[in-house]
Ligand binder design. Structure first.
Ligand SMILES: *[C@@H]1O[C@H](CO)[C@@H](O)[C@H](O)[C@H]1NC(C)=O
Ligand SMILES: *[C@@H]1O[C@H](CO)[C@@H](O)[C@H](O)[C@H]1NC(C)=O
Length: 339
């Protein structure tokens, strides 16, 4: 087992500490600045998405907004009761926040929660007309770093200005459905050799008794049980952060430090995406692509995979993902056996 010596870690921490940028912004901004007039049409004003949300008069959005408002309040309460210390954000925390300056939007992407399609939509929105159809953008292109700007690229005042005045949204999903989806996608598909090599070999080395040499070399055929053992092993997070595909939303998007205006859910992807595009004032310009893959979760996928997991590990896994359950109002799964 490799470990960073204590002195080395302290030194690292000091270096990182000196790079920390104070990101200060008011958490409870509910009154955005006055309506900005657009130059092109005198007398006519355009609301920013944030203004539309908080001074909303778009009747058709009201019902959707009530449930979005409920989720926001629940998140705020859950943050108050379950997080102790508040800390300051560093640019490193903002790498998942994608910025659309044209429509005043900030989107925190969470893998396995329709993030490819959201990235495609944001590429259309920020492309100055180069793209018009989200689905015409190849999936791999949507994930190329540099095609979209993230909040971490800006200076502190520029970060704070955007956090204050943009509509910030995130999409979440039932944590274990998301986890099982990540496992199936990354470990049970023959073509995902990069993940097998990067994570599979390590998981097999550490968690399979008497592994075959071929398995040790290729990292193929990791079982869900082995994957779970890897996740809850204290060594795993000591060595490096969890991969974004199974990292918790709480750690990717910092929902107790960043005041998200809209918390969308994968389980209600279509209406929630529609509401966000409505707030951005672009619902006539493009539709959120929900066709192709079914976004409905049958609710049994995770249950089936959890059958292979002992109560001991189920409990550890639940503790690992507990904050995501609490913050986003997902109830403890009925299939869960913790004793
Ligand atoms: C939280 O979840 C419960 C149970 O599923 C539901 O009845 C309630 O409406 C949810 N609350 C919010 C604010 O979404
Ligand atoms: C993985 O499983 C497949 C199908 O059962 C098998 O053909 C292959 O040899 C296995 N790979 C390794 C490295 O064990």
């Amino acid at each position: 087992m490799r470990m960073v010596p204590r002195g080395g870690r302290l030194f690292l921490a000091t270096c990182l500490g000196s790079l920390l940028v104070l990101v200060l912004y008011f958490q409870s901004v509910t009154k955005p600045e006055p309506v900005v007039k657009t130059g092109s049409r005198p007398g006519k004003s355009r609301r920013s998405p944030l203004q539309t949300l908080y001074n909303g008069d778009q009747l058709e959005l009201l019902a959707a907004q009530r449930s979005l408002h409920g989720r926001r309040e629940l998140l705020e309460q859950a943050c108050l009761s379950h997080t102790r210390k508040r800390r300051v954000l560093s640019p490193e925390d903002l790498k998942h926040l994608i910025v659309d300056d044209k429509h005043s939007l900030i989107y925190c992407y969470v893998p396995k929660v329709a993030c490819t399609n959201w990235k495609r939509v944001l590429m259309v929105l920020t492309s100055d007309g180069r793209y018009t159809d989200p689905l015409a953008i190849p999936a791999n292109e949507a994930h190329v770093a540099g095609n979209l700007r993230t909040l971490s690229e800006f200076s502190t005042p520029e970060i704070n200005r955007r956090l204050r005045s943009y509509l910030k949204f995130v999409f979440v999903r039932e944590p274990f459905e998301r986890l099982v989806s990540a496992y199936r996608n990354k470990f049970t598909r023959r073509y995902n050799t990069a993940f097998h090599k990067r994570y599979g070999t390590k998981i097999i080395r550490q968690h399979r008794p008497d592994p075959e040499p071929e398995a040790l070399e290729k990292g193929d055929n990791v079982t869900f049980h082995e994957f779970v053992q890897y996740l809850v092993d204290p060594r795993t997070q000591r060595e490096e952060p969890l991969n974004e595909h199974w990292e918790r939303v709480h750690s990717l998007c910092h929902p107790c430090l960043i005041h998200y205006d809209v918390v969308g859910k994968y389980e209600t992807l279509e209406p929630d995406a529609h509401a966000v595009l409505g707030l951005a004032g672009v619902e006539g310009m493009l539709q959120f692509p929900t066709s192709g893959k079914s976004t409905r979760t049958d609710g049994n996928m995770a249950a089936r995979f959890f059958k292979q997991i002992s109560p001991f590990y189920q409990k550890k896994l639940f503790n690992l993902y507990r904050m995501d359950f609490l913050l986003f109002n997902y109830s403890t799964p009925e299939y869960l056996r913790t004793r």
